[in-house]
Design a protein. Structure first.
Length: 101
């Protein structure tokens, strides 16, 4: 399971559904925290509450305030030179010969 776009509490809820009360909360807590960002885990480590639902609320708050904005960069690829095209064509010709043989 991955956190993805969901909140930590949503991930916990899904994990609980899959566990169907067969996994103790202490084990579930360790599994759940392993899927959280390190910044969220660091805050949870120093949180006084041991209640999993309370920790989920804290995790949601930390996650919302520390979530980094995703920025994508678009760059233009340099055009292929005629020399590079000639080298590619030569390699294709070699491969064609090997396949024919």
């Amino acid at each position: 399971m991955v956190l993805g776009d969901q909140k930590p509490s949503q991930l916990l809820r899904r994990m609980r559904e899959l566990a169907k009360e067969k996994i103790p909360d202490d084990t579930l807590k360790m599994l759940w925290q392993g899927h959280l960002p390190s910044s969220v885990r660091a805050v949870l480590a120093v949180t006084d509450s041991k209640n999993l639902d309370d920790l989920a609320v804290v995790a949601d708050n930390v996650f919302e305030t520390t979530r980094a904005a995703h920025v994508s960069e678009v760059s233009q690829q340099q055009p292929i030179t005629s020399k590079e095209t000639d080298l590619i064509m030569a390699e294709i010709a070699k491969l064609t010969l090997k396949v024919e043989q």
